[in-house]
Write a protein that binds this ligand. Structure first.
Ligand SMILES: NC(=O)c1ccc[n+]([C@@H]2O[C@H](COP(=O)([O-])OP(=O)(O)OC[C@H]3O[C@@H](n4cnc5c(N)ncnc54)[C@H](O)[C@@H]3O)[C@@H](O)[C@H]2O)c1
Length: 360
């Protein structure tokens, strides 16, 4: 019998947090869209939210994550709570021995990210940070081209997130737009693009940033501009705002190299000095706009997680990768607060992200 004929039991996944993003996770796992995995139970401290999701997929509902872990003993627990609660939840869950998936951003403080990584290492479990956009088709293609050296020397990388998040969006829940639990456009909406920029361009040496709260009535920034210097010598720009009106305008990443240029989300440009025969098909096959703002990737993301658990495959999205983009975002906030260029490999001193403001 070869290995493909051996029927392994499904990997059982439990969800902590039944808010907006849980729809995506519950649907994929609850409808059997992830091969070899299934939804086992759901939990929310608001019982109606857990009950609603549970009845949709015919799984048990809990309002206490510890009770769920003890009774259900899942193989994987996915944490979908407010960003500022991820660290506490993951650290408390680690000792149950289930692998942990945590939504982005993994944490709001570097010290919390370090403790999460240590807790999961000590428990001998894998930690996965949701970075589903790394699995979007054009992004996978771009990464492949970079790994194959098709860009030559990289010159510049640019991120543009020009989205519309009106006041009603922030008013949906009290944690949104706060320093203690959410962060601003850089931490929440643009964090995927910032992660992709660093993934494609390599380590960052320094950043200089400015931000403002232009239109929304929130504590954190809704608009930011950042200049970056990469260790390779390449330069970068991040332009991020949720203050576009009346609707989303653009979410894009451009990589310019000595011998090639690229822009995503929809593949817009794919130009190389030395073309390959498959290049025209790339434009045709990858010029697809994602069906929603979350991109295509949650399904591919979970497939990757299951391969890493079942076959010991690589984990592209582990705690260290999550920490890496948090470090960059933290350095950007340090620059905003100090008004100076901040070199990475720094100790945050004036960053407000993850802190309860003194006045409140
Ligand atoms: N990957 C993406 O593209 C993407 C998209 C949206 C949101 N997110 C992330 O997902 C997270 C949740 O966002 P959301 O929009 O779903 O928020 P939400 O406010 O809609 O949901 C959070 C839920 O967690 C529950 N909760 C809090 N503490 C809990 C606990 N200890 N046990 C059980 N339930 C608990 C809350 O009651 C709430 O229902 C955030 O970190 C956000 O950044 C990621």
């Amino acid at each position: 019998m070869n290995s493909s004929e051996i029927h392994l039991p499904d990997i059982k996944v439990a969800l902590v947090g039944c808010g907006r993003i849980s729809d995506r996770h519950a649907q994929l796992l609850g409808e059997g869209q992830i091969a070899g995995a299934k939804l086992q139970a759901v939990c929310d401290i608001v019982p109606e939210k857990a009950n609603q999701k549970a009845s949709l997929y015919g799984v048990p509902a809990y309002s206490d994550m510890h009770e769920m872990m003890e009774k259900e003993r899942p193989d994987v627990v996915t944490v979908l709570t407010e960003s500022g609660n991820h660290a506490r939840n993951v650290i408390e869950l680690a000792h149950y021995g289930a692998h942990v998936v945590v939504e982005k951003p993994m944490a709001l403080k570097l010290s919390d990210a370090d403790q999460m990584i240590s807790a999961c290492d000590a428990a001998g479990i894998k930690l996965f940070v949701v970075k589903q956009n790394r699995f979007n088709l054009p992004v996978v293609k771009l990464r492949e081209a970079i790994e194959n050296g098709r860009f030559g020397k990289r010159v510049m990388g640019t991120v543009r997130v020009r989205w519309c998040r009106p006041q009603a969006y922030y008013d949906q829940a009290p944690w949104r737009g706060t320093w203690a639990l959410d962060g601003g456009v850089l931490t929440n909406q643009a964090s995927h693009h910032v992660d992709l920029l660093e993934w494609m361009m390599g380590d960052v040496d320094s950043v200089f940033a400015m931000s403002r709260t232009a239109l929304a009535d929130i504590e954190t920034e809704d608009t930011a501009t950042v200049l970056l210097r990469f260790s390779s010598g390449a330069l970068g720009i991040i332009e991020a705002t949720t203050a576009v009106r009346p609707k989303d305008l653009e979410g894009s990443l451009s990589i310019l190299g000595e011998i090639g240029g690229f822009a995503v989300n929809e593949m817009k440009v794919w130009n190389f000095v030395e073309p390959e025969p498959s290049d025209p098909d790339v434009m045709e096959n990858y010029s697809v706009n994602p069906p929603n703002v979350y991109g295509f990737g949650h399904k591919e993301y979970y497939d990757h997680v299951m391969r890493a658990i079942r076959d010991g495959g690589p984990n592209l999205v582990d705690g260290l990768e999550g920490r890496r983009s948090l470090e960059l975002i933290t350095a950007i906030y340090e620059s905003v607060e100090t008004g100076t260029e901040v070199n990475l490999r720094f100790k945050p001193k004036r960053v407000r992200l993850g802190e309860v403001p003194r006045s409140s």
